[in-house]
Design a binder for this molecule. Structure first.
Ligand code: HDL
Ligand code: ZN
Length: 417
């Protein structure tokens, strides 16, 4: 084991460990190339990311209506965002800077501001090869997708058993079960599951069968749902019954954690479609109540509001069946990643997963992770420097161990325990 004898050597060891750590990206919206145009990639998809669409409307002239924008071809939408958010707006936002980082990582000199050059590059790329290139460049061993059996297009691809690259894993995303019961019942009934709108015991057993059947088909890493900030538990509701009588029992039966992503305020501005959701403060006691109620189940949780993060980190100290992850969505900005990672290390050591990309466009992996690595490196330099003051001398191997723990290692350990 090599020794580190100076603070300078410590700092460079930490920076190189973070820069070189292999990442497991535990939540994305990527799809297998065999699932057609569900997988988004390329410069026009990067530019029309719903984060940037929302930013366009903070800048564009009032006469640009949502209807007119959505009626445009994708390239025209991208051109408009390039004009307003980048060329006139200055590209300072995280999502805008991210596009430029991603394209630069692919070898495109975005200092030239040449969109046509970027389009020519992607026109020449093969999607299967591009997927591996991006995962390699970002140093990602695997990425977990978001796979919704209630979405007919997604379900259809899985039912055809199309090839899924080894480095893409599945997550069984079941929001309709919790937030749109009638539509979930319609899909399950059409699939031959005897589920009633006013569910009885048989109905809940049939929901469990639906989840287990899909688990056998998809082999998910975890079950997942995104819930609005007003989610409460316990509560006397159909939603609570679905959680208690179907979701958690089925997840435990197949050995999957339940991932809960809480805090969204859906359709704050419907005109923006995916970009129209906002954030609201969640009730963290819903999380701790679930962890208490189901001590044998495992819960992966990320919350959307910055103000919820401290209470969630404290909750993770109290429940060994709770693993917190990511700086989700509106928290995925350098200033908040810094604050959250610092706070979590101070409360949890490395027993959490620092980040997930949430990438919707394949090429976003390149910026979401390089931006996160840069912030994490400086947080960890500070924390190891604090540790150094105690005469404790971490070795380079230990620092690499800790970096990996924060970027997928602790997640793997949580799955295995
Ligand atoms: O519910 C989710 O998984 C969220 O991540 C939404 O997909 C959201 O639109 C998003 O992409 N956030 O980054
Ligand atoms: Zn997501």
């Amino acid at each position: 084991m090599t020794r580190i004898d100076t603070v300078g050597a410590l700092e460079s060891s930490v920076r190189s460990a973070i820069a070189s750590a292999t990442i497991s990206d535990i939540h994305t919206h990527l799809f297998p190339p065999s699932h057609g145009n569900l997988l988004l990639w390329g410069v026009d998809e990067l530019l029309t990311y719903h984060y940037l669409v929302a930013e366009l409307f903070t800048l564009a002239p009032r006469e640009l209506s949502y209807e007119r924008f959505w009626a445009m071809p994708k390239a025209a939408q991208a051109d408009m965002i390039w004009e307003h958010v980048f060329l006139r707006g200055g590209a300072l936002s995280e999502a805008a800077r991210g596009v430029l980082t991603a394209l630069n990582k692919l070898g495109l000199d975005m200092g030239k501001r040449d969109l046509a050059q970027a389009r020519r590059y992607f026109a020449g790329r093969d999607v299967d090869e591009h997927l591996q290139t991006v995962l390699d460049l970002a140093n990602i061993d695997y990425a977990v997708m978001t796979n919704n059996p209630f979405n007919p297009a997604e379900a259809g691809y899985f039912q055809r058993g199309l090839p899924i690259p080894e480095r893409l894993k599945t997550a069984l995303r079941i929001d309709p079960l919790l937030v749109d019961w009638p539509s979930a019942v319609a899909v399950m009934s059409a699939g031959g599951y005897d589920v009633k709108l006013a569910p009885d015991a048989k109905s809940f057993s049939e929901v469990r069968r639906f989840l287990i059947d899909w688990s056998r088909r998809m082999r998910p890493v975890y079950f997942a749902a995104s819930l609005e900030n007003d989610f409460l538990y316990p509560q006397e509701s159909l939603q609570a019954q679905v959680i208690e009588k179907a979701l958690v029992p089925a997840a435990m039966e197949v050995g999957c954690p339940v991932a809960l992503m809480i805090g969204v305020r859906r359709n704050l501005n419907p005109g923006l479609i995916d970009g129209g959701a906002g954030v609201g403060v969640a009730d963290v006691s819903a999380v701790t109540s679930l962890c208490s109620r189901f001590p044998q189940a495992k819960f992966l949780v990320t919350l959307l509001a910055r103000v919820n993060q401290h209470e969630l980190a404290v909750a993770a100290r109290k429940f060994s069946n709770l693993h917190i992850f990511g700086c989700w969505w509106f928290c995925n900005t350098p200033s908040i990643i810094d604050e959250m990672t610092r706070q979590r290390i101070e409360l949890l050591g490395t027993a959490f997963t620092a980040q997930h990309s949430d990438a919707r466009v394949l090429d976003q992996l390149l910026y979401k992770w390089s931006h996160t690595r840069a912030v994490m490196a400086e947080v960890l330099v500070d924390k190891y420097r604090d540790l150094w003051q105690t005469s404790w001398r971490p070795t380079p191997e230990e620092i690499q161990r800790d970096a990996r723990a924060l970027l997928g290692g602790s997640f793997a350990a949580f799955l295995a325990k």
